[in-house]
Design a binder for this molecule. Structure first.
Ligand code: MN
Length: 275
């Protein structure tokens, strides 16, 4: 691993060029005459192999449609699964406010074992430079892991907030020049909303990519060339759900994530060949 930072920056810079054409993910390293290996993307959220796999159906379907192989990462297991090319931190329970130094609001419902496992998985993935996409709780957890904080209950703590729960649709404004804005190709769009919490203070090294009209943070990403060397980003909305208003935008978001995973897989494979 001689120049991980430079390569990582290169991948960010190339991304807008690479996604200008049709978004397809080529094999990281295809052997002639063999089917290309599919990118292996871990998904958090299940406790164990006996947990209900259908809980992850929307995430699995979005990744399958984008050409990846979804791999459940159980929070009952202490270590990260091997040979993962990317991780999707899924939606779910509230993150324990103690993890960002606050006492819990009465509305907060936590899952301690899941928090512990996902914080460790996030740390491991960040150390290895594994591409990460956080959705809803996943976005919140990653921001907390990186040093940020959360709004514990939007309805009671943000005066004048729009309804953000129960699948309500609302508009977001994208930050020009960010990877999310370039991926989406729009300045505003309507998104689905299933959350009563949100990012409050963004962690150092992250930048805002999307905000709703009432000021709620709806997306962020690591600043290219900044202190966080992993391609990590989060969205508060749910591009994986069937009610996401624009399926073509959803596909672009997942394709962009897989492009990072493909780049990571190619780097990993190059390192193995050097050994
Ligand atoms: Mn929302």
């Amino acid at each position: 691993m001689r120049h991980p930072v430079r390569l990582s920056v290169l991948s960010w810079l190339l991304a807008p060029i690479l996604i200008a054409g049709p978004l397809t993910v080529a094999p990281a390293q295809a052997d002639p005459g063999q089917a290309p290996p599919r990118l292996r993307i871990g998904i958090t959220g299940l406790k164990s192999a006996s947990d209900n796999l259908h809980k992850l159906d929307t995430y699995r379907n979005a990744l399958l449609k984008a050409g990846a192989e979804p791999i459940p990462l159980y929070y009952g297991s202490p270590v990260l699964a091997a040979d993962i090319d990317g991780i999707l931190f899924a939606g779910g329970e509230d993150v324990n406010p103690a993890l960002y130094g606050e006492k819990p609001d009465p509305t907060v419902a936590i899952n301690g074992p899941r928090d512990d496992s996902e914080m460790a998985q996030a740390e491991s993935a960040l150390e290895q430079g594994i591409p990460i996409l956080g959705i809803c709780r996943g976005s919140q957890l990653l921001n907390v892991r990186l040093g940020g904080s959360l709004v514990q209950d939007i309805p009671s703590q943000v005066p004048g907030a729009l309804p953000h729960q129960a699948g309500n649709l609302h508009q977001i404004t994208l930050t020009p020049g960010t990877q999310l804005a370039e991926t989406v190709g729009l300045t505003t769009m309507r998104v689905n909303s299933y959350h009563h919490q949100s990012v409050k203070t963004l962690a150092k090294g992250l930048r805002l990519t999307a905000v709703s009209d009432d000021g709620i943070i709806e997306g962020w990403e690591a600043i290219p060339g900044g202190p966080i060397h992993s391609p990590v980003s989060g969205v508060q909305f749910h591009p994986e759900k069937p009610d996401f208003p624009m399926p073509s935008i959803s596909q672009r978001i997942f394709a962009r994530f897989l492009l990072s995973a493909q780049y990571f897989a190619a780097q990993k494979s190059a390192r193995v060949r050097v050994k």
